[in-house]
Ligand binder design. Structure first.
Ligand SMILES: Nc1ncnc2c1ncn2[C@@H]1O[C@H](COP(=O)(O)OP(=O)(O)OP(=O)(O)O)[C@@H](O)[C@H]1O
Length: 295
């Protein structure tokens, strides 16, 4: 089971400061969405509204057709994982699992135990006695084993070392494939998690800048690799997003889709062509100068 989401002209304000300023979009259920945005773009504010931690200042939000705020049915079926105190700090891990089992209708105890082993979580320790990375792993364990139709990870991997983050990535993907649901994953580790995303949402200064299929987004640019001087000649006059040189080989990413003819020229010159790195595109799209150009 997975939930559709509809957001219409959403505004979230903290006193006089506006965090989300008229955002509208529709997220079809049963996909993994990547939510990207620079610091302060409004990602956590959006996710807090979707998961009923905060009420919209105006506009409407519908999760599975209903307003999530103070909605008892939806509260049992939406998981929101983020760093910070959530009232469970004094619970032992085994009690945290017990809480998941009693509150979440789709709870899978066997899977929870498997994750406890995978992340080497000490069942007898309290949440506030764990390291930052283990605390994140405990929250991820609860969220995955809850199998909520809407599962939201807001930089949920904070403090996790590289093998644990890889474990997180693998579990999200494999469990999602077996039990499809709507997953929103907000991250600053764009390249590390990018291949999980079916669709990417980019927020910028409280608004939705991009909502696009990941593959389509990657095709907005081209990575051109080959001998330094051949690459330089080929990209002359094109908008270059990033460049890397290793010895006599260079890779340049251009913010341009190449015509069939230019692609043939590139191949004839011995150049390799590939999709753009999401991170390069993200940096480019959220750069102040480009924001001004678009407006
Ligand atoms: N409790 C709060 N009180 C006042 N302002 C807030 C509060 N929470 C967030 N804001 C402001 O709202 C804006 C959006 O913040 P938000 O945390 O949603 O951004 P974010 O995209 O999640 O950022 P980050 O990537 O740094 O976590 C920021 O300007 C922030 O200062």
């Amino acid at each position: 089971m997975s939930f559709d989401i509809e957001i219409d002209n959403l505004r979230v304000a903290y006193g006089r400061s506006t965090a989300i300023d008229g955002m509208s979009c529709r997220l079809e259920g049963g996909k993994i969405y990547g939510l990207l945005g620079r610091n302060g773009a409004g990602k956590t504010s959006l996710l807090a509204v979707l998961s009923a931690f905060r009420q919209a200042s105006s506009g409407t939000v519908r999760v599975d057709g209903e307003d999530p705020f103070e909605n008892a049915r939806l509260m049992r079926e939406i998981c929101f994982v983020r760093e910070g105190n959530d009232g469970t700090e004094l619970l032992r891990i085994k009690d945290l699992l017990g809480l998941g089992a009693s509150l979440r209708p789709n709870w899978d105890q066997a899977y929870a135990e498997k994750l406890v082993q995978r992340f080497e979580l000490p069942l007898g320790k309290r949440v506030n006695q764990l390291s930052l990375g283990k605390r994140s792993a405990a929250r991820v364990t609860i969220a995955l084993a809850s199998r909520c139709p809407l599962t939201i990870f807001d930089e949920a991997y904070l403090g996790m070392d590289a093998p644990s983050r890889y474990g997180f990535y693998e579990e999200v993907l494999n469990d999602y494939l077996e039990y499809p649901r709507t997953v929103i994953l907000s991250t600053h580790l764009i390249e590390e998690f990018g291949s999980l995303f079916e669709q990417v949402l980019i927020m910028d200064r409280g608004q939705l800048l991009v909502q696009e299929e990941t593959d389509q987004l990657r095709e907005r640019g081209t990575a051109i690799t080959g001998p330094v001087e051949v690459v330089d000649r080929f990209v002359a006059g094109m908008p270059v997003l990033s460049e890397q040189t290793l010895g006599r080989t260079k890779s340049a990413t251009v913010n341009q889709t190449l015509s069939a003819e230019r692609r043939r020229d590139a191949r004839a010159a011995g150049l390799d062509l590939g999709p753009v790195a999401l991170q390069d595109l993200f940096i480019h799209l959220t750069e102040p100068k480009d924001r001004e150009k678009r407006s």
